[in-house]
Design a protein around this ligand. Sequence first.
Ligand code: AMP
Length: 290
Amino acid sequence: MKAIKSIPELREELRTARTNRTSVEFVPTMGAFHEGHLALMRAARKRGGLLVVSIFVNPIQFGPSEDFDTYPRDLDADLAKAADEGAEVVFAPTAAEMYPDGQISTRVEVGRLGEILEGAYRPGHFAGVATICAKLFNLVGPDRVYLGQKDAQQVAVLSQMVRDLNLPVELVVCPTVREPDGLAMSSRNRRLDPAGREAAAAIYSALRAAVREANAGETSAFKLVTVARRLLDRQPTVRLQYLEVVHPQTFQPVDQVSAQTLIVLAAHVGSVRLIDNCIVGTAQRPEREE
Ligand code: AMP
């Protein structure tokens, strides 16, 4: 496996590595790997092409009061894990490599979708995500890009970018990987203290309760939110930011649940901000979780 920090070296490596390969499979990440990241690499590996992983904590997707400085970083452990999963190239640039002028003038804006829910609480976040992904897609030239359902709005934003800009990539969405108590794996989970970690399990319990109601035939978004909210109210350590039932592509609120409708939430547990979601419109397959 090659660990690469510079853009010219990446271009050179990919020029040679991609000859005789059927495809390029790409997993973009911010590192501090957990099983969720590894599941994306395994899904990519199964396709049999050249597996490229990127590790970059992208400064332009963090707001000024957000956790860019404290975001977990663990490059040596990440490189070992990526090698174990069969990655052939890991691109882990510095911020100066990606933003040589210290900032960037050209940005990819995704309109309304980037301004609601996560975008409302994190202004500029999705423009930062779309911009770094556009840069990485241009550098790597992947056939397929692997993304987690955990960040459902990010998936919708990147799908829109790919559609709007006719980017020649296919996005493959992989199910959310969870801890045994249901908490969605996240690099930020390691910053939870023991009490916060225990309380955070309420997030998934609440989402599951809504999914169960939907599976039992409830179609009112208001009622599903009420069920989930009631469970979260019992856990004062979990401070809800939003909890909404939304359309899976537009993220606009819906009143009635239909196929693939999402219930999405963001909450603070201590100083750690967590997001999660479940598909509530899955009545045909009662016990499926994602
Ligand atoms: P991040 O390093 O948090 O930017 O995540 C990199 C990729 O891993 C994104 O596509 C995430 O959606 C995905 N991911 C993060 N956590 C999980 C998880 N628990 N299950 C599945 N995919 C995940």
